[in-house]
Design a protein around this ligand. Structure first.
Ligand SMILES: Nc1ncnc2c1ncn2[C@@H]1O[C@H](COP(=O)(O)OP(=O)(O)OP(=O)(O)O)[C@@H](O)[C@H]1O
Ligand SMILES: [Mg+2]
Length: 250
């Protein structure tokens, strides 16, 4: 029998209702500029799936960068995997980041490396043997229809092809948290649902997912709750609210 006091001492991940991300009274400003995010309060449960919406400039990428531990809030508390980023050592933040897969809006691939080597990177960092790396990377790059380009350096590929490599790199080691910033913004309409399927399957295996998107089609086709940024604040809508409101403009 665990007492309440002992429960408090346990890492949060030992609780069933573990929040992967928590934000309280969070504000974010760049340099001496105005706050672009204010009083953000958020709790994302382990295994949840959310869309992140809001007009261009509303702060989607900025909110994701707080979740990815790329920056600290100007005020308030951000906790990721139960670690308050204000009190977590840099080295530990780097370790936490390894559990997060990120699809950056601007891809951030290593352009001098091949598609294969970009996607293999997270597996090699973990020390996986090359046979297994080859198997996994080949399989995933085929799934995203890039078999033909596996050995091409990414600098020579199109925007949509780079985006699929960025997605493959983010999901290849089945991260605990997946943050994707406009992951289908550059691909053809016919491949977007296939990429979404990848995220849905990953989520079924336990990954917590947040996808920033402008795509009304994506949001309507998949009934996941929506984190919506407007006027520096965050509002959460559930699929039933959205239809009752007659939609929310992304
Ligand atoms: N590094 C930075 N330095 C200063 N201001 C920034 C920086 N990054 C973003 N901003 C500002 O913060 C605000 C939010 O930007 P952000 O990129 O988070 O929006 P977004 O919702 O992702 O937009 P988009 O849909 O166009 O990608 C904008 O006003 C932007 O100019
Ligand atoms: Mg953005």
């Amino acid at each position: 029998m665990t007492t309440d006091k002992e429960k408090e001492a346990l890492p949060s991940s030992a609780n069933n209702n573990f929040n992967i991300i928590e934000m309280n009274n969070v504000g974010l400003r760049y340099d001496q500029g105005p706050e672009i995010l204010s009083d953000i309060k958020l709790a994302l449960k382990k295994g949840s799936f959310h869309f992140l919406t809001g007009k261009s400039g509303a702060g989607k990428t900025s909110l994701l960068s707080l979740m990815y531990l790329a920056q600290k809030p100007s005020r308030g508390a951000v906790s990721v995997f139960g670690n308050n980023v204000n009190f977590t050592h840099r080295d530990n933040l780097a370790l936490l980041r390894r559990k997060i897969g990120v699809v950056f809006q601007d891809f951030r691939l290593l352009d001098h490396l091949s598609a294969f080597d970009n996607v293999a990177l997270p597996l090699r960092v973990c020390g996986m043997n090359e046979r297994e790396v080859r198997k996994r990377v080949t399989e995933l790059l085929s799934w995203v229809e890039l078999d033909r380009h596996m050995q091409d350096t990414t600098a020579t590929l199109s925007g949509g092809e780079k985006q699929r490599i960025a997605i493959a790199r983010a999901v290849i080691n089945r991260p605990d948290l997946l943050l994707a910033d406009e992951p289908t913004g550059n691909v053809d309409n016919d491949i977007a649902p296939k990429l979404m399927k990848l995220f849905v399957e990953l989520n079924k295996l336990g990954t917590t997912v947040v996808i920033a998107t402008h795509s009304e089609k994506l949001i309507n086709d998949f009934a996941y709750p929506r984190l919506h940024l407007q006027d520096r604040g965050l509002h959460i809508y559930y699929p039933s609210d959205i239809s009752a409101l007659g939609g929310i403009h992304a």
